[in-house]
Ligand binder design. Structure first.
Ligand code: PMP
Length: 390
């Protein structure tokens, strides 16, 4: 039977890792895979997480099933960080999910069950968004996320919303847009939020990098602006970047409504979908996050570690922006973009030349992982960029 299956393309980024690993050059640079790296190229476990894991090992007395909601202590402990300390807790409920990916899947499936037939999304986006939308069976409507000069394209979003029907879903990145790094400004969110309400669309906010842009509070601005006006919102959250838990798959799905019965319905449907998909999420990483958030000292340690990450990425961005112009590429916007990624307007040949002639590996889209750059390789990177584009 399997010969009838359509062959699937290999994951391009995983292929890139293989090529990178096989490259013998000592000064090669990996800007491909989307994980944070320190100035020495490591992706270490957070100290706060290590401490929480030690505590977990000592105190956990059972690994019995928890249920499709996962660790609700974890889900609830995150609420003040995501929604704000003063958010009306009766409006929100959530459940743990296997990573931000699982949370996005739940959000899109719940939107479909609630009657959404179409979902609007700025492009380019994280490639898995379109794959999940397709797997769930919603119609994907796209608009441009970024202007040619590297800023958020509010006009394109407005034009899309003008065409949207009540009940359509609209998927927005809360912060640190993947792959462009281009976020809506606070003033733009102030315009977007009332428009979403006016058009009676269902906002679905994907917040996968809180704390990696401008800080935990600042990175939640857009989400909270939307929450302050919209009666119903779905949120897909990931702890995999801001707690460094990638492979432990830590995420949460939240629904916000203005009606208790509607909230129970949203969560009940989420739980049913989870049961039929993964039954219940992996426990370990979420339990570690809960232990961090339940302990003031560990919380402070985690936030300090997150500040260090953000500070390092800012330094890299400042250096890139200071290059001003590299060949035809205006570098200044990289300084105001946020998070792990930015996208350079490079051709396929230029990306190949960077790899073959300079040992610099990046996604075929021109997306670079800012954290792959360090004080010891950034000058080489800028020179190579000049060489291939000049
Ligand atoms: N949303 C976006 C925008 C992402 O970039 C990612 C991760 N690359 C995710 C969700 C999913 O993250 P996770 O690894 O937690 O599944």
């Amino acid at each position: 039977m399997f010969e009838n299956l359509a062959a699937q393309p290999a994951d391009a980024l995983l292929g890139l890792i293989k090529l990178y690993n096989a490259d013998p050059r000592g000064d090669k640079i990996d800007l491909g895979v989307g994980v944070y790296r320190t100035a020495t190229g490591a992706t270490p476990v957070f100290g706060a997480i290590k401490a929480a894991e030690a505590k977990l090992l000592e105190t956990q007395d059972s690994k019995a099933y928890l249920g499709p909601d996962g660790d609700m202590g974890f889900v609830n402990a995150l609420i003040p960080y995501v929604f704000g300390k003063d958010f009306d807790r009766s409006r929100v409920d959530g459940m743990q999910a296997p990573g931000g990916t699982g949370a996005v899947r739940l959000a899109i499936e719940v939107a479909k069950r609630a009657g959404a037939k179409r979902i609007w999304m700025g492009t380019p986006s994280w490639p898995n968004h379109a794959q999940i939308v397709s797997a769930v069976g919603l119609e994907l409507k796209t608009f441009s996320h970024m202007t040619a000069d590297g800023f958020a394209d509010l006009d394109a979003l407005k034009a899309a919303l003008a065409k949207a029907e009540p009940g359509d879903a609209v998927l927005l990145h809360g912060c640190c847009h993947n792959p462009t790094g281009v976020d809506f400004t606070e003033a733009q969110w102030d315009e977007i939020a009332p428009l979403l309400v006016e058009k009676q669309v269902l906002p679905l906010i994907d917040l996968a990098y809180q704390g990696l842009g401008a800080g935990m509070e600042a990175d939640a601005y857009g989400l909270r602006k939307v929450l302050s006006l919209a009666p119903e919102v779905l949120v897909a959250y990931s702890c995999d970047k801001n707690f460094g838990l990638y492979r432990d798959r830590v995420g949460a799905f939240y629904a916000v409504t203005s009606d208790a019965a509607a909230l129970a319905n949203a969560m009940g449907n989420g739980a049913t979908i989870a049961r039929a998909s993964w039954s219940m999420p992996p426990d370990h990483g979420a339990a570690a996050v809960r232990l961090v958030l339940e302990d003031e000292g560990l919380t402070a340690q985690w936030l300090a570690e997150l500040d260090d990450m953000r500070g390092r990425m800012r330094q890299v961005r400042d250096r890139l922006a200071a290059a001003q112009q590299v060949g035809p590429i205006a570098m200044a916007p990289l300084g105001v973009q946020n998070g792990l990624f930015s996208m350079l307007p490079l051709t396929g040949e230029q990306i190949l030349a960077l790899r073959n002639d300079h040992g610099i590996y990046m996604a075929g889209s021109g997306r670079i992982n800012i954290a792959g750059l360090t004080s010891s390789n950034i000058e080489k990177f800028i020179d190579a960029l000049q060489a291939v584009t000049g």
